[in-house]
Ligand binder design. Sequence first.
Ligand code: SAM
Length: 313
Amino acid sequence: MKRAKDQVSGQIGEPEPNAQGSKRQPKPAPDPAEQTLGPGLYVVATPIGNLGDMSPRALDVLRRADLVVAEDTRVTGKLLSIMGIKRPMISYTEHNDQARNPALLAALDKGQVVALVSDAGTPLISDPGQRLVAAAVQAGHKIVPVPGPSAVIAALSVAGLPTDRFMFVGFLPARPKARRDELAGLINIPATLIFYEAPHRLIETLEDLNELLGPRPAMVARELTKFYEEIRRGSLAELSNAVKDQVPPRGEIVIVVAPPPKEGIVDHASFDLDQVLKTALDQYSLKDAVAAIADAHGLNRRDVYARALTLKK
Ligand code: SAM
């Protein structure tokens, strides 16, 4: 029987002989328990559904933390108890973060190991923690990433869409006008776009995405890493049609949308001229903004100029 290429020098994973013919001994993986855990703020990712995604290093840091800073102490309490860990916990939400920072900085000043987690995935990614990390940076503390799951990267990794450049948009505004305004500003971003969305807003968001960004290739991922994981791919038009008359799905959702076609800017009839103009006027002179937008979207310069003047007023 023909042997696979990597089996030629022995079993897969067996050390290869070195130039002298002796076999190199593989270094044993360091035992996390023997490594010291210096003081600092550890930003620890936890699973987004599948508990098997909890990393050994995340477990080790949480086991040895002096204090676990959690978005919801009940949610993290359950996770820690499943993992057989009992540590002091404190809640840290977008409502109490300012108030909590002084006590947490004091803990760091004392040389404690402070572990920051959110309910699921990576803290700070559409989750609390940014103010704490910024304050710890400001105070000169050591901040250590303990990377792991995040729905944005999990979704992007299976979308089959360009990954060389991507933009995480997170949650769009709930109000239709604000949502459409924000989407209008994304029309010409030359990157794959990634959105988080609540299930009850999926139908209207897909409709808006299709209308404003055009029928680009996209993916809707639901309940990633969980029992009911579901991944649908198609154009935004197809995906929007597929869910249109259905009962809104349940669960957690990520939408990934391909960049605009390379051959040109998506000139969609319903793009929001006002929003695009406002964005351009923040950065460019009236004349330059009008010329660029009119040319890119095939509009009459005089009409765009008139609209820009009204907006400036
Ligand atoms: N920090 C988390 C992360 O790193 O992904 C995100 C927290 S954010 C409050 C929650 C949103 O993330 C959900 O509404 C959904 O859009 C997305 N999400 C989280 N877990 C997911 C999963 N298992 N499958 C699909 N989307 C998920």
